[in-house]
Design a protein around this ligand. Structure first.
Ligand code: GLA
Length: 500
């Protein structure tokens, strides 16, 4: 093209650009997720005099703009939304540059700026709300008579997990002793989702090229495959959710050969209140039953709305009781030691879920990981390993597959344990086991070695005839007068006993 034309075109373009002085419009940032999908963030803005109103939609969140300052040359908008009883806020700073919006969030001195383009009006709007169904009881699916055991991708891989990783985990679990110890589910968490096809069927993204083939592979190893979705329009990571496609998605998962669903509230918070959670989860409970394949139903709504009271009624096999765990002593203990009051709600087929394991992810030492494993076993909690199974150091594998501790967790009576006593950082927990036995955890939450004693009467076995230290694989001498037991417990460590 002759230079003069190019110059004229760029002048025209510049002319058009420089006339855009109004922020009003629907703006979108498209972030390439490198898996065939795009994460789209929408800013639907209306500039009225000195005020900017409208909405912001980002991953699972939909905010109304509550306040603003500035204008096209530089502005700040604050979005606000109710999440259950709590208000969430987000602040963006932006400016108009030509016909692009440069906009971002600030962390300290750094503005993480993105470039937004104009999008058609209506694109990215929240879908209309569908009224939740009337409540009824979903029949028990008779799965998960003991708390599920397996692996989940989130804690280690988050958004990076691929189908090849999942195959690798299945290979490892089948051959490293975990399958033999009872682990069976290989669960894909968030970020497998692709777009919906023309018929509205959910597809998987490029990281998971063939879900049916993947399920066949996992099944060929004698294991089961789990998947993840949300009752909202978006998952927590901003991928496609199941909203308005409940039965269709349940049928798709059943056709792929899926055996376990983790259903994460996420984007549903924009359409429903916490009081409506039960009805929203019931919808998927019904859809799974209608799909006709046995699929474990795992509710993930961070322990809100007293889920333990209604989880079984919606067909739930387990329900999260807390926010997300991190691979850190503080996080693991804050969650684990707060579960005592929920003990009455656990029973075969229906379990409290204090979140997945962090064992082996590197943020805690072996004593701390043994505490994690012991506490989750006394709590009759699901055991979903969250580390990379393809490279597990022997000491970590030993903790994950420790038969005598797993036997406590798998006890057929399915009674969850609880706290017996607390003396500062020293705690005694017990769990009643089938046949009148009891498991006892002596936990030292302090950073120094400590002595912890237990009186047998306090844990419900008077004069036990047989006491065993599970982690030491050792029977202990029992005092004939039924006197208690005094243990030396390492810092952040545990001594776990079985008495009968
Ligand atoms: C929520 C859940 C996590 C994980 C992520 C995925 O935070 O609580 O366990 O599933 O979403 O986005």
């Amino acid at each position: 093209m002759p230079l003069l034309y190019r110059y004229l075109i760029s002048l025209c373009a510049f002319g058009a650009v420089s006339s855009a002085t109004d922020l009003t419009g629907n703006w979108v940032v498209s972030q390439d997720m490198n898996d065939g999908t795009f994460r789209r963030t929408y800013f639907n803005l209306r500039q009225e005099g000195t005020a900017i109103t409208g909405s912001i939609r980002v991953t699972q969140f939909f905010y109304k703009i509550a306040s603003s300052t500035g204008g096209p040359d530089g502005f700040t908008i604050v979005g606000s939304m109710m999440d259950g009883k709590n208000e969430r806020k987000v602040t963006y700073e932006g400016k108009l540059v030509g016909d692009e919006l440069h906009i971002g969030t600030r962390r300290g001195a750094t503005l993480n700026e993105m470039v937004a383009q104009r999008a058609p009006e209506g694109e990215g709007a929240m879908p209309a709300r569908i009224e939740p169904p009337q409540l009824h009881k979903v029949a028990d699916n008779s799965l998960a008579r003991t708390p599920p055991m397996g692996w989940n991708s989130w804690n280690k891989f988050a958004g990076r997990v691929t189908g090849d990783d999942v195959r690798g985990m299945a290979d490892a679990m089948a051959s490293n002793g975990m399958k033999a110890a009872g682990y069976v589910y290989i669960n894909i968490d968030d970020t497998w989702e692709g777009e919906r096809d023309a018929q509205g069927n959910i597809t998987s993204n490029k990281k998971f090229p063939d879900m049916k083939a993947l399920a066949d592979y996992v099944h060929s190893k004698g294991l089961k495959l789990g998947i993840y979705s949300s009752p909202g329009p978006n998952t927590c990571a901003g991928y496609e959710g199941t909203y308005a496609h409940e039965e269709q998605d349940a049928r798709t998962w059943a056709a792929w050969g899926i055996d376990y669903l983790k259903y994460d509230w996420c984007g549903a918070r924009n359409l429903y209140t916490d009081d409506e959670m039960q009805a929203v989860y019931q919808k998927m409970g019904d859809a799974l039953r209608a799909a006709g394949r046995p699929i474990v139903f795992s509710l993930c709504q961070y322990g809100r709305a007293d889920v333990w009271k209604w989880g079984p009624d919606v067909g739930g096999n387990l329900w999260r009781t807390t926010g997300d765990i991190r691979d850190a002593w503080d996080s693991m203990t804050r969650i684990g030691f707060e579960q005592s009051d929920l003990a009455p709600y656990a029973r075969p087929g229906h379990w409290n879920d204090p979140d997945m394991l962090e064992i082996g992810n590197g943020g805690m030492n072996e004593n701390e990981y043994r505490t994690h494993m012991s506490l989750w076993s006394i709590l009759a909690a699901p055991l979903l390993a969250g580390n990379d199974l393809r490279s597990v150091p022997p000491a970590i594998l030993e903790i994950l597959t420790f038969r005598e501790v797993i036997a406590v967790r798998q006890d057929r009576d399915g009674k969850q344990g609880s706290r017996v006593s607390k003396n500062g950082d020293l705690e005694v927990w017990s769990r009643p086991l089938a046949g009148g036995a009891v498991a006892v955890g002596l936990f030292n939450r302090s950073a120094a070695e400590a002595s912890i004693s237990v009186q047998w009467a306090d844990v419900g076995v008077r004069k036990p005839s047989h006491v065993r230290d599970l982690w030491l694989h050792k029977d202990l001498a029992v005092a004939p007068d039924g006197a208690g037991f005094l243990a030396t417990v390492p810092p952040h460590g545990v001594v776990m006993l079985r008495a009968e």
